[in-house]
Design a protein around this ligand. Sequence first.
Ligand code: C2E
Ligand code: CA
Ligand code: CA
Ligand code: CA
Length: 278
Amino acid sequence: AKTNGINRVVEYESKLRDIFVKRIRLENDLKTAVGNNEFSLYYQPKVNLRTGEISVEALIRWKHPQLGMVSPAEFIPIAEETSVIEEIGKWVLQQSCHDFRWLHSSGFSTLKIAVNLSARQFIDSSLKTTVANIFANTNVPPSSFVFEITETTIMKEPNEVIRILKSLKEQGITIAIDDFGVSYSSLNYLNRFPIDAVKIDRSFIRDFHKNEKGAEIVEAIISLAHRLNLSVTAEGVETEDQVRLLAEKGCDEMQGYYFSPPVPLEKLPNVLTKLYSW
Ligand code: C2E
Ligand code: CA
Ligand code: CA
Ligand code: CA
């Protein structure tokens, strides 16, 4: 039993070392990933069942030359701890503007694109100008874009973030709160911040059709948001039951594997065409 315990400690230490080594490696390799063209964007549709409107969310993918696909859930937090996230954020907006032009000229002229912004991008005082320049240089109307930011971003520097959000909204950009409901601070900022929409986190959608309490929480979020004139998107919608119930509760927009997983740009026109005729 004693050697067993020691073995377990050794195993644990070697696992920790692996995690640590991988982290250092990712952190290091992230620095050259943009320059080496290792990122790409996938797009996942969001469907408004009432208006028939469809938009898409850009989700970054990293194909590491040796490690293969690395999940954004793994590398974005690392990029956020270094200034690399600013470079990545710029690349994402630039690429999605480029893709917007292509989609636009392929006949999807009303399509809006949502991009994810990290908290760290909001500390950068040049964000407003950077964003304005990218839209101007790519000749894309800012009103075709939605910026998704999380609650934690807002809570970090509320006054500073309000100021930046206002200036982004003045450019015509729509602001949505991502992963809504996950942090405790949700409710008290809702009327203080210049936002347009909330995305209910997948954790609320996952089980809500299976129990009464879950359904009531989602219903409460939707009615509160509507009372504040905010539009509501549900993320992680996977089943027909969820679609039906969310529609019943007045949810405006839905996104999830039920409609489509994130797909590369080349596949997007096909997916969109199918959804429009659905
Ligand atoms: P998120 O913004 O909350 O994005 C939703 C995540 O859920 C995506 O994971 C998406 O692929 C996944 N998803 C969508 N529908 C379903 C579904 O029906 N079921 C399940 N189980 N999952 C679903 P992904 O693409 O791995 O992205 C993870 C997170 O990484 C994102 O969460 C976002 O926070 C971050 N991220 C992705 N792209 C970017 C980016 O360009 N910039 C920044 N700053 N963060 C990004
Ligand atoms: Ca998002
Ligand atoms: Ca989300
Ligand atoms: Ca989420």
